[in-house]
Design a binder for this molecule. Structure first.
Ligand code: NDP
Length: 335
């Protein structure tokens, strides 16, 4: 059998009617993968909100179907035509076009440009890399951005929105690990115990943010914030940040809209910081992975994830899309 006719399993999302999409596990061959120098035997992937959008047929994420979602993957190199990696090297691929318009990590094989791959650092297994996945990686970027604005543990509570989600739960755990105190804002108060276990000092019903939606400014409550929800939530958080604080904004789980006023910026000296994990230069990605494998490595990583099989991904992606997900889902591609 030639290398290109080797078969593997992948999630394939197809449009079955106008605007109606469905995902199923299909057999594919390596020859059907997009061109690229690096062929990877994927051991683990994870589920992210963007995968849920892709699986629902969101054309802003994925233009052409059938398609394999999966914006991150960790595995071992099978072949690298660029010569940068040797067969067997452990690598992490996250972001760039993986899982968007390039077949993604919810498959036993990916083929991508070598320039998209980080070496999986010593101190981090492939499994642990995908326990963090894009969500944990993005949470780390948000914290680094806050730190660049001199945020420090003694400043006071850091608010985290979308607290029970992937980025939210890792933001809580990493902030706590680094000595910050955290106020978790969630729509799922029934998961308060889990959020406290992750490190939240306080768990707050996210609806309380609605109370300040129409006010020009709100009572200053939090030193800083990490927001993965967007829309009115982001604006209400900005209005509630203390003088000189910073908000790292990375997501749009509620809305991509940004409306409001400039009072937090011009009266309270508040900083709104953008965070992108996708197009970040590779050298910076590598540095963040090294950090997550080293001084920022969470002791409770294993307990932060639910492992699922490739066959379960369609059901769980729907759950994420509907906002019913809790924490992180690790996908094992190992059989
Ligand atoms: P999840 O689906 O895991 O978590 C999102 C959380 O947001 C939910 O668990 C829920 O938390 C809250 N939420 C969901 N829907 C709503 C809603 N309608 N109104 C208010 N809150 C809501 O997603 P991720 O954590 O993986 O991603 C979060 C966001 O960050 C997404 O928009 C994603 O695209 C973005 N992202 C951006 C990255 C970047 O590079 N900038 C990288 C990774 C993610 P709760 O119930 O606790 O309030």
């Amino acid at each position: 059998m030639s290398a290109s006719s080797e078969q593997f399993l992948a999630l394939r999302v197809a449009e079955i009617g106008k605007g109606e999409f469905t995902g199923e596990i299909s057999e594919r061959t390596v020859g059907q993968l997009p061109a690229g120098e690096l062929l990877v035997d994927v051991h683990y992937s994870s589920l992210n909100y963007k995968d849920a959008l892709s699986a629902q047929g969101n054309r802003a994420v994925t233009r052409e179907y059938p398609h394999t979602p999966g914006i991150d993957a960790a595995g071992t190199v099978l072949a690298d035509a660029s010569g940068r990696f040797q067969a067997g090297d452990p690598v992490i691929v996250c972001g760039y076009d993986l899982g968007m318009n390039t077949d993604g990590g919810l498959a036993q094989r990916i083929r991508v440009p070598t320039a998209w791959a980080c070496r999986c650092p010593a101190g981090l297994s492939l499994r642990q890399a995908m326990v963090y996945g894009t969500a944990g990686f993005t949470a780390a970027l948000c914290i680094e951005k806050l730190q660049r604005m001199a945020a420090a543990p003694g400043d006071g509570d850091v608010a985290v929105t979308g607290a029970s989600g992937g980025v939210g739960s890792f933001s809580i755990a990493l902030l706590h690990h680094l000595g910050f105190t955290v106020a978790a804002l969630t729509g799922k108060l029934e998961h308060t115990e889990m959020l406290v276990r992750l490190g939240a000092r306080q768990v707050i019903d996210r609806d309380t943010l609605q109370e300040v939606v129409n006010k020009p400014l709100a009572k200053p409550r939090w030193a800083h914030a990490i927001d993965s929800v967007g829309g009115d939530y982001l604006f209400s958080v900005l209005k509630s940040i203390r003088y000189g604080g910073s908000v790292a904004a990375c997501g749009l789980a509620a809305s991509a809209a940004l409306s409001g006023n400039v009072f937090p910026f011009i009266l309270r000296n508040v900083n709104l910081l953008g965070v992108d994990s996708v197009e970040l230069p590779l050298a910076q990605k590598q540095r963040v992975w090294e950090r997550l494998a080293g001084e920022w490595k969470l002791p409770q990583l294993e307990s932060m994830v639910e492992e699922i099989s490739l066959a379960q991904t369609p059901e769980y992606l729907t759950r994420i899309y509907n906002g019913h997900a809790v924490g992180r889902y690790l996908v094992s591609l190992r059989g």
